[in-house]
Design a binder for this molecule. Structure first.
Ligand code: UD1
Ligand code: CA
Length: 463
């Protein structure tokens, strides 16, 4: 039987007090609605329709063409929102999951269990509920004396007794598709908010003799519906715990999980150790046996095995096995380090390839360069890649030695096995195995220090 999903994402999210549409607010680096769609993909939904309204273009642009969209031009409630998928889904035989774009923590496993129960029991609707210690703001689940679900009452429509009920509606449901649209047609906006509530579908079904049931999850946090920034932070914390846990289960040591921030989608090999203050973002892949951190931020980078990265920042960089980076290194887009490369303190590398076993140990800038293997790039040596208008390339062959405080004025090429003397400003190519000196020759005046001191003393006495 076909499985459909409707994601409600048309609301503005007034309580967020934001220029950004609510469902696009990120949780652990990914917009909330992206988490919801990921979860649906995990359980292999045949068709997903996203109801868009506020920020429709932005939401659609973010989610892309793989999904279907229904426009809800005016936000007249969650029931009205589902009704906008009428033309796409009404009358089809199948099962439909309805889920809110602001509940990023609902788990695929939970949906799977709900689906099984729903099908086994031949229900018209299965609601995901939870016992909330503080249920304020959520719809309450009303059961009869036998414990069967009768209806859902919204906070604003609750009687005093109903408000005391702590079992709440998470906003996630599974419906028989045909029965859903039949009931939706009967929903009115006769309530405190003057909206068409999706939740009214349940008592309409019940009144029609249909079977409705609740699946009460024991995971309170899973049902967080993010309406404001306080709940956003709560969702963030819970998602972070969940992501960190999955890496630990996979064999990654996280010294202080509360201070380790890993975006969804980052991959990490086993026996890698993450020190406190590590932030891993985007499409980052980290191999096995690495030590990362403390205080290290890595974005969209590929790190091999056995790499150490200490107090550094990496963006769109690649680091091969056994390399050592930091402390205080900055690898910018296009930095590619070979095996066992050493990048030391206060070194910046941008758009540059550095070959195996080469060392850039201290205080250097390497930009727009290709450096071979076994090169020693001395302390304070830099590539001079920019003339104010254009960027130029520096090339250094294998086994060369670049002395301290050398300026390599690009475009320039240093051959294999060459030697550039400390303090040189190199403006011409240096061939293989040549030595280049480009600085004023030293002059030493014998005994002149004493003479100089006396002169200076005499001058200061006169004043
Ligand atoms: C809704 C439920 C409530 C439940 C809670 C769980 C209803 C009437 N109430 O309340 O029982 O406890 O979720 O979090 O369904 N949306 C639209 N179009 C609209 C209105 C809303 O697309 O016209 C979308 C919003 O973008 C949001 C979702 O539906 O993603 C839920 O809407 P929201 O206004 O947050 O509903 P709640 O008041 O939280
Ligand atoms: Ca909500």
């Amino acid at each position: 039987m076909s499985l459909y999903a409707v994601v409600l994402a048309a609301g503005q999210g007034k309580r967020m007090k934001s220029k950004l549409y609510k469902v696009l607010h990120p949780v652990c680096g990914k917009p909330m609605v992206g988490h919801v769609v990921d979860t649906l993909n995990e359980i292999h939904v045949d068709r997903t329709v996203v109801v868009v309204g506020h920020g429709a273009e932005a939401v659609q642009q973010y989610l892309g063409d793989g999904l279907e969209y229904a426009l809800q031009a005016e936000q007249q409630g969650t029931g009205h929102a589902v009704l906008q998928t009428n033309q796409l889904l009404a009358g089809l035989e199948g099962t439909t999951i309805v889920i809110c774009g602001d509940t990023p923590l609902v788990k695929a496993d939970t949906l799977q269990i709900m689906l099984e129960q729903h099908r086994e029991q031949g229900s018209a609707a299965t609601i995901l509920t939870v016992e909330m210690p503080n249920p304020t703001g959520y719809g309450r689940i009303i059961r009869d004396d036998a414990g069967h679900v009768v209806k859902i009452v919204e906070q604003k429509d609750c009687t005093r007794e109903e408000a005391l009920i702590s079992e709440i509606n998470s906003g996630t449901y599974i419906f028989d598709n045909e029965k859903l649209f039949a009931a939706l047609a009967q929903v009115t906006n006769d309530n405190a908010q003057g909206e068409y509530y999706l939740t009214d579908v349940l008592h309409i079904m019940k009144a029609g003799g249909e079977r409705i049931q609740a699946y009460c999850s024991n995971d309170v946090k899973e049902s967080i519906g993010v309406n404001d920034r306080v709940l956003l932070a709560e969702a963030e914390r819970y998602m972070r715990e969940r992501i960190n846990l999955s890496h630990m289960v996979n064999g990654v040591t996280i010294i202080d999980p509360e201070h380790t921030y890993i975006e969804k989608g980052v991959r990490i090999g086993s026996d890698t150790v993450l020190q406190p203050g590590t932030i891993l973002k985007g499409d980052t892949v980290i191999g096995e046996d690495c030590v990362i951190g403390p205080e290290t931020e890595i974005t969209n980078s590929k790190i091999g095995n056995g790499v150490e990265i200490y107090k550094s920042v990496l963006l769109d960089a690649e680091v091969d096995d056994e390399a050592h980076v930091g402390p205080f290194a900055y690898l910018r887009p296009g930095a590619k380090l070979g095996k066992s490369v050493k990048i030391g303190d206060f070194v910046e590398v941008k758009n540059a390839t550095i070959g195996d076993n080469s060392k850039v140990s201290h205080l250097s800038y390497v930009g727009d360069a290709t450096i071979g293997s076994d090169v020693n790039f001395g302390c304070g040596a830099i590539t001079v890649n920019y003339d104010g208008f254009n960027k130029h390339k520096t090339e250094i062959g294998d086994g060369s030695f670049i002395g301290s405080n050398v300026n390599l004025v690009a475009p320039v090429r240093i051959g294999n096995g060459s030697f550039v003397v400390a303090g040189s400003t190199i403006t011409h190519n240096v061939d293989d195995n040549d030595l280049a000196v480009a600085r004023v020759r030293q002059e030493t005046k014998v005994g002149y220090a004493e003479i100089m001191r006396n002169k200076l003393k005499a001058r200061s006495n006169k004043k």
